[in-house]
Write a protein that binds this ligand. Structure first.
Ligand SMILES: Cc1ncc(C[n+]2csc(CCOP(=O)(O)OP(=O)(O)O)c2C)c(N)n1
Ligand SMILES: [Mg+2]
Length: 428
């Protein structure tokens, strides 16, 4: 036994409590963030052993340089039409976000989440995957649905929880779900989608299917146990899955240091599991495309999973319930060294001679008009606060394939009580 007197000469222990560098009102200087030159990262073969390219988990795969040129071995060499489609998918995502954010402020829905500045992470990845690959997103990858051509009105109906809402108001606004589009139901419980994606990928392989899975979580969410168990299963069974960590620097008001960013990169989590790890400039749409394409080929040829960290920045508040001016400097987004993904792709197309400012302005206008017109249509199906949009008793349905006896009993009791009350619910 060690007595108090024997401990007297030992140094006192202390904890390190991470603190973000900049708080509201501070002058921001991001010059200590290492930004390797575009084109400088090497591109291994998708089948190479992860131990041979550990450095890619600590660097940054970048394709677009400061002059808007695509350079280096990761250049996916997309044709101009594909580049314009990518640009429009990102612009439409941003226009959709703007409109729905405003709808929340107008009291038409209770909640919305933007992905401003992170459009490439979902749009470019969705374009690099096959249309029938299965996605397990977090709540900030609306760009996947938009890229896959999911009807904007269906998204809006869900946001308004109105009578057109296919999920019958059972989910929080923006927590979409579409089996037909390979878009797994979004869950508010962080990182549950990780083990689900790995499990789905394992099942796909076990059944001899050819479809792979992709999942996304935020950097804050990597602190969840689910993240680590998913990585263990993925590496052990070489599951055909792409695991994306969207490092947008913030988890609501907690900066990335609380999830471990002061000690190492998030892509480096892959190293400990023997998984291929890539750290990518998340604001470079071509780098995101190329990395996803590489990882998809790896998964599709049974070479194993890939963990991709997308280094990016959450330009707006966490959600409509958040006010970032209370915890971070307003300058951060404008000083972010990796810029804006939409502007970078636009500049690239202009540098190629395949685009110009007038066409950009016309495209932005077309996206804004489309979103506004669709919103009007969606609002015909109802908005928040205008009575019940779904039959109340449907809240018991759609969870179990066959409703269990106790739910049947509760549903019948609820209907009986409603009728007995003499105050039937206002059904719109
Ligand atoms: C298990 C769980 N813990 C906490 C929360 C509350 N919560 C919702 S979003 C969030 C921050 C997540 O940040 P990050 O993973 O970085 O994703 P981002 O919002 O930046 O895209 C937290 C703590 C939750 N929804 N689920
Ligand atoms: Mg985050």
């Amino acid at each position: 036994m060690t007595g108090d007197h024997q401990r007297a000469n030992r140094p006192q222990l202390s904890l390190h409590v991470p603190e973000p560098k900049y708080r509201p009102g501070d002058e921001v200087d991001f010059s200590d963030i290492e930004v390797p030159a575009a084109g400088s990262a090497r591109r291994p073969e998708p089948g190479d052993n992860p131990s041979e390219f550990h450095e890619l988990a600590y660097g940054l795969v970048r394709v677009l340089d400061e002059d808007g040129k695509a350079v280096g071995p990761w250049d996916p060499r997309l044709d101009p039409d594909s580049l314009r489609t990518m640009l429009r998918n990102m612009a439409l995502t941003r226009a959709f976000d703007e409109r729905m954010f405003r709808a929340q402020r107008q009291g038409k829905t209770s909640f919305y989440m933007k992905c401003t500045g992170e459009e490439a992470v979902s749009v470019s990845a969705a374009m690099a995957l096959a249309g029938d690959d299965m996605c397990f997103p977090s709540y900030r990858q609306q760009g996947i649905l938009i890229t896959r051509g999911y009807a904007l009105i269906e998204m809006m109906n869900q946001i308004y929880s109105n009578k057109g809402d296919k999920l019958q108001g059972k989910q929080l606004p923006i927590m979409y779900s579409s089996r037909e589009d390979g878009f797994f139901s979004i869950s508010g419980n962080l990182t549950t989608q990780y083990p689900q994606a790995v499990g789905w990928a394992m099942a796909s392989a076990a059944k001899g299917d050819s479809r792979i899975a992709a999942t996304w979580c935020g950097e804050g969410s990597t602190a969840e146990g689910d993240f680590h168990s998913a990585l263990t299963f993925a590496t052990v069974y070489r599951a055909p899955v792409i695991m994306n960590v969207v490092n947008n620097q913030w988890a609501i008001s907690s900066f990335s240091g609380f999830a471990g960013a002061e000690a190492t990169t998030f892509a480096a989590r892959a190293v400990g599991y023997g998984i291929a790890g890539l750290r990518v400039d998340g604001n470079d749409p071509l780098a995101v495309y190329a990395a996803t394409h590489w990882a998809a080929e790896r998964a599709r040829t049974n070479q194993g999973p890939t963990l991709i960290e997308h280094f990016t920045y959450r330009a707006e508040g966490h959600s409509t319930s958040d006010d970032p001016s209370g915890y971070r400097s307003a300058q951060e987004w404008t000083k972010w060294p990796l810029g804006d993904p939409i502007k970078r792709l636009k500049d690239h197309l202009i540098a190629l001679g395949e685009w110009d400012e007038d066409r950009q302005a016309a495209m932005d206008q077309e996206c804004a008009d489309l979103v506004r017109k669709t919103q009007k249509e969606a609002e015909k199906n109802g908005i928040l606060g205008h009575g019940l949009h779904q039959q109340f008793e449907t809240m018991f349905e759609g969870v179990y394939e066959e409703m269990p006896w106790h739910l049947k009993e509760q549903q019948a009791q609820m209907i009986a009580e409603e009728q007995a009350s003499g105050r039937p619910w206002d059904r719109k």
